[in-house]
Design a binder for this molecule. Structure first.
Ligand SMILES: *[C@@H]1O[C@H](CO)[C@@H](O)[C@H](O)[C@H]1NC(C)=O
Ligand SMILES: *[C@@H]1O[C@H](CO)[C@@H](O)[C@H](O)[C@H]1NC(C)=O
Ligand SMILES: *[C@@H]1O[C@H](CO)[C@@H](O)[C@H](O)[C@H]1NC(C)=O
Length: 153
């Protein structure tokens, strides 16, 4: 094999290892208006705390636990009066956000959707799929730029 091929193979192996180095990224928004184009955030304690505080506005008994494992959450529930709990963000895996009970005081809620997942930007709305893959490509390019400067990688 030529030196060039070997170099490319090593680079590919390096890039394949990248996702374990970076922290989880999730979409974040807290109402139907800003969830049209949510921001992209890195999961950390303050991001997970923000989502927890949003959840507390709509759900009962949201736990104050902290863990070092994060997931991306996407939940959307609508009250009969039109009030909507539309939350995307980072959560602690132990929060079990989709099993929380909605605060039904005063009005009825319909839980229309809720899921969590643990790959980068997996909690997107369907209409921002293009944006999500663009971000993934940019992330990968930046990662390969960084790695080519790492000796021995
Ligand atoms: C997150 O919330 C926990 C529990 O309320 C608190 O102890 C911790 O300091 C908060 N962390 C950040 C970074 O805000
Ligand atoms: C949230 O649910 C409402 C009511 O079902 C729906 O109109 C809206 O499109 C949903 N939003 C998202 C981001 O799924
Ligand atoms: C949510 O609750 C259901 C039913 O009680 C249970 O089977 C499931 O394991 C729970 N999921 C999580 C993530 O806690």
């Amino acid at each position: 094999m030529s030196q060039k091929v070997i170099y490319l193979l090593r680079l590919l192996i390096c890039i394949a290892g990248v996702p374990t180095v970076f922290t989880l990224e999730c979409y974040e928004c807290n109402n139907p208006t800003n969830c049209v184009s949510p921001s992209v955030i890195q999961c950390d304690q303050s991001a997970a705390n923000r989502t927890r505080d949003e959840l507390k506005l709509y759900f009962l008994n949201v736990p104050d636990i902290i863990s070092s494992n994060y997931m991306c959450l996407r939940t959307n529930s609508t009250q009969s009066n039109g009030r909507t709990a539309n939350i995307h963000g980072c959560i602690y895996d132990e929060t079990k956000a989709c099993n929380l009970t909605l605060n039904t005081a005063g009005s009825h809620w319909s839980k229309s959707s809720c899921f969590y997942c643990s790959t980068d930007l997996c909690n997107s709305a369907p209409n921002i799929a293009d944006y999500s893959s663009a971000v993934a490509i940019i992330t990968l390019s930046v990662a390969s730029l960084l790695l080519t400067n790492v000796p021995g990688c």
